[in-house]
Design a protein around this ligand. Structure first.
Ligand SMILES: [Ca+2]
Length: 277
């Protein structure tokens, strides 16, 4: 079904190499980030922590990540899919080596790599990309010990989730009419692109409730909920002004012709950052 975390997404690559990248603002340990990445497809060779294989891909990942996450003292690294197995640095998803000076594309921060190489600190076995703040250089890779960092997940072509994507352009003024949604046609549910919405400032999550009647609908507009669904009409609302009365500059932005039952586990909310070509 849907993804309960808010994330940003972009695409990079062409043909069979066109991959989907999801950027997450919550912070996880390396193991937890890796487990989350795997859980998106159930296969760690199909969805994994981001593993750039060229400078163009590395640039795309850095540029889009810093478009979504502003580098700062608490946002200086994102986890990638590189780790040290005691003999080599490798991408865990396919086992390719990424040692400094090896045959494959690498972008290690030289000072950090050399310092790690001298000490051979066994705990320092996870690779993170720098986001450029303080002394950390953006785009470059660092050997790190386990910590909680943001993370980026890469999913290969053909293994993306199957969503009914909802357009929010013109929200509050016009509605996207949805006539083909069902959980059998779209097994991962409905996905809202929040990048057009003003006042949508939630860091990692969002809230949703379905209203059974008109009274509840009015009541939910006065609660700190982001999205409200009124099944009787099939209308999905964006509550732009939170707990203030009404919907602010939001309102109903989609109408489901079939008035299906919608639950929060059928919903995903993300920010689409476009395609890097
Ligand atoms: Ca409101």
């Amino acid at each position: 079904m849907g993804q309960s975390k808010y994330y940003a997404e972009f695409k990079y690559g062409t043909g069979a190499d066109r991959h989907t990248y999801q950027i997450y603002k919550d912070k996880l340990t390396y193991g937890a980030a890796k487990a989350y990445a795997t859980s998106l497809t159930g296969d760690q060779t199909k969805s994994y922590l981001v593993s750039p294989g060229s400078s163009a891909e590395n640039d795309a990942v850095y540029n889009k990540t810093t478009e979504f996450i502003t580098p700062g003292p608490d946002a200086n690294y994102v986890w990638t899919g590189g780790d040290y197995d005691g003999a080599n640095w490798k991408y865990y998803y396919n086992g390719s080596t990424i040692d400094d000076g090896g045959a494959n594309y690498t972008n290690w921060n030289q000072l950090a790599y050399d310092a790690w190489f001298l000490t051979q600190d066994a705990a320092q076995k996870y690779m993170a990309m720098g986001l450029q703040y303080d002394a950390v250089t953006g785009k470059e890779w660092y050997p790190k010990q386990d910590s909680s960092y943001h993370y980026v997940v890469e999913t290969v072509n053909g293994y993306e989730k199957q969503y009914k994507d909802i357009n929010t352009i013109g929200y509050g003024r016009s509605k996207d009419i949805i006539s083909d949604y069902s959980t059998s046609a779209y097994k991962d549910g409905v996905r809202i692109n929040a990048s057009e919405l003003t006042n949508f400032d939630h860091y990692t999550d969002w809230t949703f409730k379905a209203a059974r009647n008109k009274k509840k609908l009015k009541k939910f507009a006065k609660r700190d909920l982001d999205f409200v669904y009124y099944q009787k009409k099939g209308d999905l609302y964006y509550n732009e002004n939170g707990s203030s009365k009404g919907w602010g500059s939001g309102g109903a932005f989609a109408r489901f012709d079939d008035e299906p039952r919608l639950t929060s586990d059928q919903l995903s909310v993300y920010a689409y950052l476009g395609e890097v070509v």
